[in-house]
Design a protein around this ligand. Structure first.
Ligand SMILES: [Zn+2]
Length: 247
């Protein structure tokens, strides 16, 4: 019983490749991989903080999943096997599409290439290659950052600490002495005009993924000594300042 939510839309389906249904419509139903054979490229999917999800969608799609579970357990009704339910919360519209089994599916096809669980983090590329390259050798820890901030206070060092999260995240918690420039401003190039070229730039986000992406942009623009903070503000709250709220 699968469900997915993004912004104002939701999807639900039941994946049961060898389903035996009461209606006799047995057999060859699609699996998740038939519907979505390839993960989107890294960086294409906005984080929850950037894209967001309308909160009530969790309940709308969750209750569809529960309903499907009850139907399968009790053997009543027509489950969403081979069908994709699409819910548009803004238009208040449900649509149902037929999904066919892909004979060449890597998982349930005739010659499957995926026969066991794989490393999904690397398969889905939680971080893009450019970002990983940029972060290699240019990642500092929150304790290093804490030390650097003290040095900056004492006038022994100068750098700009940039928080690349969204404004609503900055309201919840922050690393003192940071300025907010959301990641999107790096991707569209606007941020580059706001940053001094004669100071080191230190980037951070919530956990270190978005800051690595922004770091790739900075490095590409010639900010060779720029770094980002591994673990982001989450690590800062855990290790340096537990008095701040986390999310
Ligand atoms: Zn399949």
């Amino acid at each position: 019983m699968w469900g997915s939510i993004y912004r104002f839309d939701g999807q639900a389906s039941v994946f049961w490749p060898h389903a035996e249904l009461e209606s006799g419509e047995s057999a060859e139903a699609p699996c998740y991989r038939c519907l979505y054979p390839e993960p989107p490229p890294p960086g294409m999917v906005p984080s929850c903080a950037e894209g967001g999800v309308l909160g009530v969608l969790c309940a709308s799609i969750g209750s569809i999943q529960v309903n499907e579970a009850i139907k399968l357990l009790t053997g009543i009704g027509e489950p969403l096997v081979g069908k994709l339910m699409i819910y548009d919360a803004l238009e208040m519209e449900y649509r149902k599409l037929k999904v066919r089994k892909d004979p060449n599916c890597a998982l349930c096809g005739e010659n499957p290439t995926v026969t066991e669980l794989i490393d999904y983090e690397s398969f889905c590329g939680a971080i893009s290659e450019d970002a990983a390259d940029a972060a290699a050798g240019s990642t500092i820890s929150v304790t290093q950052l804490e030390h650097m901030l003290k040095e900056r206070e004492n006038g022994e060092r100068d750098f700009v600490l940039v928080d690349v999260r969204e404004p609503n995240e900055y309201e919840i918690n922050r690393i003192p002495g940071s300025v907010l420039i959301p990641k999107g401003e790096f991707l569209n190039g606007n941020a580059l005009g706001e940053l001094p070229s004669d100071k080191q730039i230190v980037l951070h986000c919530k956990s270190g993924v978005r800051s690595a992406e922004a770091l790739a942009v900075l490095k590409g623009a010639g900010y060779a000594d720029s770094v980002h903070v591994g673990g982001g503000v989450v690590a800062w709250v855990n290790q340096v300042d537990p008095s701040q709220p986390s999310y």
